[in-house]
Design a protein around this ligand. Structure first.
Ligand SMILES: [Zn+2]
Length: 194
């Protein structure tokens, strides 16, 4: 397969009189098995199999970690934004993304980390928040960008009561706090808004 730079050199070197049909043939030869548009869709499907190691009920698409997917003839380029800066889980996520794409036949995967804009829990979709609740984790309360440093009103994911209290600022993972419901008395994880 011809690399991007080699292909560019060939184009520059080609005499202007070269017929367009020749160019089309070389493009067809360089084309991947999957068409570009379908490629992005397929990559998205594969990425939905990659779960977040810290919140394993959500995949990297639902978490909003994957910022963009670009499919070229040669490779797949994926931009990801870490949920917490320096989060050790990101290395694992990168490996899992590579493995998932390789299973789907995408072997040339370039993963770039984008730190700005910083990831926020505001990027979690409504479906993702519902999924968290189903798994007994209270989704982030309120919009992080609205400013209030400590959201105290967190509804219990089991009974919906807002009579909950914080037991510990750090739960099973750094991004979760441990809270308890005063109504049903069950402890639960709260995905902190950032
Ligand atoms: Zn409760």
């Amino acid at each position: 397969m011809v690399s991007a730079t080699e292909f560019a050199n060939t184009c520059e070197a080609a005499p202007p009189s070269r017929s367009s049909s020749d160019a089309q043939i070389s493009e067809v030869q360089a084309a991947p098995a999957v068409a570009r548009g379908d490629g992005v869709k397929r990559v998205q499907e594969l990425l939905m199999e990659v779960l977040d190691p810290e919140i394993p009920v959500l995949n990297v698409i639902e978490m909003g970690i994957v910022r963009s997917i670009v499919c070229t003839d040669e490779s797949v380029q994926i931009l990801i934004t870490p949920t917490y800066s320096g989060c050790p889980a990101m290395e694992m996520i990168e490996q899992d993304i590579r493995a998932a794409l390789a299973r789907g036949g995408f072997n040339q995967t370039e993963i770039k980390t984008v730190l700005s804009p910083a990831w926020t829990t505001d990027w979690l979709s409504a479906a993702a928040r519902e999924k968290l609740r189903e798994h007994g984790i209270a989704p982030p309360s309120g919009a992080a960008c609205m400013g209030s440093p400590q959201q105290t009103e967190v509804a219990c994911p089991r009974c919906g009561s807002r009579e909950t209290e914080e037991l510990s600022a750090f739960g099973s993972t750094a991004c979760q706090a441990l809270r308890r419901c005063r109504a049903c008395r069950e402890p639960f994880g709260y995905f902190k808004a950032i």
